[in-house]
Each structure stands twice: as C-alpha cells, then as structure tokens.
Design a protein around this ligand. Structure first.
Ligand SMILES: [Zn+2]
Length: 199
C-alpha cells in the first residue's frame, strides 16, 4: 500500500493541476468576454477576428484574460498625458482600449468618433510599448476634433499635442503624407506575438 505521505503528495499535485486548469479556463473566458466587448465598440465587429484563428485563439484569449487590465492601465496613462495638454473644459470624454486588429485591418490605431464616449482602440501588438504614446496622440487628435480627416485643423491639434508630449512637430504641407502616421514610430514584425504573450 502507498504510504500516507506519498498519497498526500500526489493529492497536492492533483489539486495544484486542477487549480492551474481552472485559472486558465477563467482567464480564457475573461479574454473572450473582453474581445466581445471591444467588438461591440467597433463599427464592424470583424475588425477583431480572434475566434477564427484556430492556432492562436486559446493563447491570445488566455493572455488577454491575465494581462489586459495592466495594458489598458498603461494606455489610460497615455490618454491622461494627452488630456493634460488641454484645459479641463476643452477635454472630451474619451475611452481607450487595447485590441488585436484582424490582419485585414490596415490600421494600428482607430478612433470611433460615433461611440459614446468616443473610443480610441490601439493594437498594442503592432507597435512597441515605447511608441504607444505616439499612436495614442495621433488618435487623440481625431477624438478631440471628432472627425477622422487629416486636414489643417487636425495638424494644428496634433502639433499642440506634440509640443506638450515632446514629439517633433508634424509638417503643415498639404502634400506631405507623413501626417497619416505622425508622430512616427516603427511597426512590429509579428503583431500577434505580443497577444500570444511572447513579447
Ligand atoms: Zn489619423
């Protein structure tokens, strides 16, 4: 017969494995719920398409369930830094979320001016953490103005933000297309690696 200590050791290992499995299930469910929530804020829910990614969906949802609050807290700090560039009375009500955009979405960040409050959604997997503020500032200028264009007024608001946040000034030339991704930043090679928890 196995001794009492061997049995209790086996029991502890078994309980440990069960606890890890139930924590994973909980994280997965939190991840799925989060993705559904951000999908409801986007004009087209297909802009996020983790479900059909059979290879990565479990690891992505698990990672989101465990880490998304920390990531969104960082984004909120960046949003607050942008707010600080304006008088309290001029600040709009804006919410911000990290989101893994589908590969078909050719955007690193998106501002949904029709959401209430206005929503900034940022694919933090496509941009390295030191560049998140640049991406948030770009989308913040859209949110502040309430429209998606990159006209002179947009350039002025972004200029004001760049001054406050320490970025180089954007060009005011109408032919200069650098305004579409100003302030400049570099893109990640494998955006989903971040969302799988590999970065
Ligand atoms: Zn833009």
């Amino acid at each position: 017969m196995p001794s009492k200590s061997i049995l209790s050791c086996w029991f502890r290992r078994w309980v440990g494995r069960l606890t890890i499995a139930s924590e994973q299930t909980q994280a997965y469910q939190l991840g799925v719920a989060y993705l559904e929530r951000v999908q409801s804020i986007l004009p087209d829910p297909q802009m996020v398409d983790v479900k059909s990614n059979l290879r990565d969906r479990v690891s992505i949802c698990n990672w989101i369930g465990k880490q998304i609050e920390t990531v969104n807290r960082s984004l909120q700090l960046h949003l607050n830094a942008c707010h600080e560039c304006f008088n309290p009375g001029d600040r709009r009500s804006i919410q911000i979320f990290a989101v893994p955009f589908a590969a078909s979405v050719q955007l690193d960040g998106f501002c949904n001016i029709n959401a209430n409050p206005i929503a900034i959604l940022v694919d933090v997997g496509r941009v390295a953490p030191p560049d998140w503020l640049a991406l948030v500032a770009h989308e913040y200028a859209h949110a502040h103005l309430g429209y998606p264009g990159h006209d002179r007024q947009y350039t002025q608001v972004l200029s004001h933000l760049c001054l406050g946040l320490g970025f180089a000034q954007p060009s005011f030339s109408p032919d200069d297309r650098s305004i579409y991704c100003w302030p400049p930043y570099s893109s990640s090679i494998d955006p989903l690696a971040w969302w799988r928890g590999e970065s």
